[in-house]
Design a protein around this ligand. Structure first.
Ligand code: PLP
Length: 395
């Protein structure tokens, strides 16, 4: 077993060696490095099919049409393009957008900007388990609602939203439905022929591809979703996203998505098994709470609070194990997670929350080692903790 141990797959994943090898073949003079828009010579003409293949691979994982895939720099840009692009293009239909308080900052911050630019946004409250009841969404719909934006899988808790049910609701009212699928693509089945989803954001680096590349799915059939670009330039991606296509990044994302399609079922079963093993070790220790929904969740995420110990203290004891408090973006600001706060988790429990996220390269040895180290650290901290004194089971 190699130290340090990486258990922060929800923040980013290492690139799969098969993907890295392919990426490297699209950089140098003896590889397919060309600008796919250069139609006058062989270098460009050889790069164009590389892009086409990757577009098919990404579309295939989602059962979408390759023409519905727009390359972006990641899910953040895809969310920006979806939300701002739609609100700008469809002002005549209305100026109201619905999202939830548990979204990623890459949706919430865009919504703040949209609010400052003449639209209103409704931020839905989740239940204590992180789910949003359908009735609550239905009640928020207004005649001027243009778009509902909800994530598929929450990056902090792993809770899954029911896209089929939510989409049925919006579709019946002629309202567009955008989904941030950065945490779910390649981990849960997504069939866009069946799901009533109009726009869907993707990121490569959450799925063993490189950082800096992602895509936005934009539905073309039966109705074509209209949106305005954020960037103007060379007219790439049917004018929706200007900029020279990064051949190496796109080829790598295609390969990452191809591998995910082939290995998803087996991989998710294995990861779920490891995650449950870690949870059982914590249960044996006692006084541990599961943050999120205990059944309706993605396999790789375990968000727990150990009663009586703040997360920072545990993390300080886990020098050789990489985990996270909340999401990577909020841990920098050292504020309790906005997701857990929205779920109504009490402040002490929120400050104790630690996210373990597992993935393709996680081993059973790593999980057992992590369980031992965490149990030891939490036990020691509890002995010292005034918070723990007086806890019913603590003495
Ligand atoms: C990581 C993540 C993002 C941001 O994706 P980038 O590709 O890094 O821009 C957006 N939404 C969710 C849910 C994420 O987990």
């Amino acid at each position: 077993m190699r130290l340090p141990i990486y258990l922060d797959y929800a923040a980013t994943t290492p690139v799969d060696p098969r993907v890295a090898a392919l990426l490297g073949r699209h950089l140098t003079l003896d590889g397919l490095f060309g600008n796919p828009s250069s139609t006058t010579h062989i270098f460009g003409r050889q790069a164009a099919p590389v892009i086409a293949t990757a577009r098919r691979q990404v579309a295939h994982l989602l059962n979408a049409d390759p023409r519905e895939i727009i390359w972006t720099s990641g899910a953040t840009e895809a969310n920006n393009l979806a939300l701002i692009g739609v609100m700008r293009a469809q002002t005549r239909r209305g100026r109201h957008l619905i999202t939830s308080k548990t979204e990623h900052k890459a949706v919430l911050d865009v919504c703040r900007w949209i609010e400052q630019n003449g639209c209103t946004v409704t931020y839905l409250d989740p239940d204590p388990d992180g789910q949003i009841p359908l009735e609550r969404i239905a009640e928020a719909l207004r005649p001027d609602t243009v778009l509902v934006s909800l994530m598929h899988v929450n990056n902090e808790t792993g809770v899954i939203h029911d896209l089929a049910a939510i989409g049925a609701l919006t579709r019946a009212r002629g309202i567009l439905f955008h989904v941030d699928a950065a945490q779910s693509a390649g981990k849960l089945p997504i069939d866009l022929q069946k799901l009533p989803v109009d726009l869907l954001s993707l990121s490569a680096h959450k799925l063993y591809g490189p950082k800096g590349i992602g895509a936005l799915y934009v539905r073309q059939r039966p109705v074509r979703v209209r949106l305005e670009p954020l960037l103007y330039g060379g007219g790439q991606e049917r004018g929706l996203r200007a900029g020279t296509l990064p051949t190496h990044q796109i080829a790598a994302m295609g390969e990452a998505f191809r591998i995910a399609g082939e290995e998803m079922d087996a991989e998710q079963a294995r990861v779920r098994c490891l995650r449950d093993r870690l949870w059982q070790a914590f249960v044996a220790l006692g006084a541990v709470e599961w943050n999120g929904h205990p059944q309706n969740n993605v396999a790789g995420i375990l968000n727990v609070s150990f009663t009586g110990v703040v997360a920072e203290a545990v993390l300080a004891a886990l020098l050789e194990i990489a985990v996270s408090t909340g999401s990577a973006c909020t841990s920098a600001s050292n504020e309790p997670s906005h997701v857990l706060r929205a779920m109504g988790v009490d402040p002490l429990r929120a400050r104790a929350a630690i996210r373990f996220s597992l993935g393709r390269f996680t081993t059973v040895e790593e999980i057992d080692h992590t369980a031992r180290v965490v149990v030891k650290a939490v036990s020691r901290l509890r002995e010292l903790s005034p918070l723990w004194e007086g806890y019913p089971q603590g003495v």
